[in-house]
Design a protein around this ligand. Structure first.
Ligand code: UDX
Length: 467
């Protein structure tokens, strides 16, 4: 976006992963994001460059954005909660050792509060004499699938700095970059720590809304209320607002879970156990929602899905992205596999190799073989539904709304036989046909009435109708 909006600024993106840089320089960009390809192709080779020469880029830059991964730690102190700052530290050390002139270093990755302080210590301790490094925090608030519009018209841009004259000057320099396209009043300047914490706080509050509406969806299903009606009614209160109140099979994505766990870890390390428990409950509710949904599929299909074919439509964590990190679809598929179901999966953007990666445990050969026996990856929703007993909508892709559901209905397995009673089934007689195919709408995007008219049995998340 900087390259697009500021033709006078040269933007060089460097990475140690040569394959990824090659992809950025090719016709097939390594990620799918609506509108991104046009911008990259328009600016590439003019003022936008992708390169593996990290040192050269550091030496030439006036301003360096550090945008590396900060995954949740898998081992050691804070495992399962704290952010792993290995890559941040590696980058910072590299900048310190390579730079031959003063730099403004911008912390772009989402990091725990006070990371900037550690970066400053590393830079000051390891740099050549006479060089200045000013650290800024500039968290990114874009959401996947809408990244281009979020970046070109952001609700706000947040830039945190130290309160020193040098810190303020660095902050002003970055404000100037954004001022090329963002109205000044939307560029918010704060202290470093407020900026770092604001990013975690924003994600925690957003995820909290989803867990709140999902908690209400369970009450709706048990009472006969409709969660969309409830969300609409409460969202009209301007203090609450209507956005981000869509009940779902659970939230996913690379940020929410990680950032909340980060906040939990921070609270615990600050000796605030009640605060830690409060935030932790958001992820507990999310796990419950995914499990509750899978369980609903199983009970509806007569309490067993062993050997039954279930079509899962959507594998990305939300529509308009090929990203599957923390995708609720993957969790739900794993629940079905644990119950020995056959699962056919279709997603318009997720590559087949990614689905295999997400469903298999790396290095466990038997597990991989078993998954390949149970899972089929399909090229269309229609193909996935062929012969299935249940269809699960796990991602809210628009194309699912306009599928030819009549044709889908006709292609599904029918009838599903249910023994009238265990004793009768023993003698193999008197089987009754339900003459129904099941749809489990985990995103509340389908027109349930139309589907019922076709003959489907429909369950929609947060709707208290019996199926
Ligand atoms: C999020 C934040 O929105 C963004 O500001 C931050 O920079 C990164 O994290 P992202 O993870 O890309 O962005 O997607 P988002 O649109 O927030 O959705 C996250 C998850 O919540 C998705 O799985 C989505 O399907 C789910 N969701 C969202 C709901 O279940 N209901 C809603 O009402 C909104």
């Amino acid at each position: 976006m900087i390259a697009h909006k500021c033709p006078h600024i040269q933007v060089t993106i460097v990475d140690v992963n040569a394959a990824r840089i090659a992809a950025w320089n090719s016709d097939n960009l390594p990620i799918y994001e609506p509108g991104l390809e046009e911008i990259v192709k328009a600016r590439r080779g003019k003022n936008l460059f992708f390169d593996t020469d990290v040192d050269k880029a550091i030496i030439e830059a006036d301003l360096i954005f550090v945008s590396v991964n900060t995954p949740t730690k898998k081992s050691g102190v804070g495992a399962g909660y704290a952010a792993d700052l290995f890559y941040i530290e590696l980058c910072t050390r590299r900048i310190a050792s390579v730079a031959t002139s003063s730099k403004i270093v911008v912390e772009k990755s989402t990091v725990p509060c006070r990371t900037a302080s550690s970066m400053r210590t590393i830079l000051e301790a390891n740099s050549r004499p006479g060089l200045r490094f000013d650290i800024l925090s500039n968290p990114e608030f874009l959401a996947e699938g809408t990244a281009i519009s979020d970046l070109s018209a952001p609700d706000r841009v947040l830039i945190g700095s130290l309160g020193t004259p040098e810190g303020k000057a660095a902050q002003a320099a970055l404000v100037e970059v954004y001022a090329n396209w963002v109205p000044r009043e939307k560029v918010v300047t704060t202290g470093l720590w407020s900026s770092e914490l604001s990013k975690l706080a924003a994600n925690a509050l957003l995820a909290q809304r989803i867990s709140s509406i999902n908690a209400l969806s369970a009450i709706c299903e048990a009472t006969g209320a409709d969660v969309d009606e409830v969300a609409h009614a409460v969202g009209l209160d301007q203090r609450i607002g209507s956005r981000f109140l869509k009940a779902s099979v659970g939230f996913g994505g690379s940020c929410f879970q990680k950032d909340i766990l980060n906040l939990v870890y921070l609270s615990e390390s600050l000796h605030l156990p009640e605060v830690a428990d409060y935030w932790r409950q958001i992820t507990t509710m999310n796990e419950y929602q995914k499990r509750r949904f899978s369980q609903r599929v199983i009970t509806s299909l007569f309490n067993t899905i062993t050997g039954k074919k279930i079509a899962v439509l959507g594998f990305a964590f939300k529509k308009d992205t090929g990203d599957t990190r923390e995708s609720p679809a993957a969790t739900v598929c794993k629940h079905f596999l644990d119950e020995s179901a056959k699962v056919s999966i279709y997603d318009p953007k997720v590559p087949e190799s990614q689905i295999w990666l997400d469903l298999t445990v790396p290095g466990v050969q038997d597990g991989e073989e078993q998954v390949k026996k149970q899972v089929t990856i399909c090229d269309s929703a229609m193909q996935a539904a062929l012969g299935a007993e249940g269809i699960v909508v796990a991602t809210e892709w628009d194309e699912f709304k306009t599928l030819d559901w009549q044709a889908v209905y006709e292609s599904m397995a029918k009838p599903a036989y249910v023994p009238i009673s265990p004793s009768l089934s023993l003698v193999g007689a008197e089987l009754t046909s339900t003459e129904n195919s099941f749809i489990f709408d985990g995103r509340g995007i389908l027109d349930a009435d139309k589907l019922k008219a076709i003959g489907f049995k429909v369950f929609t998340i947060g709707r208290g109708e019996e199926i």
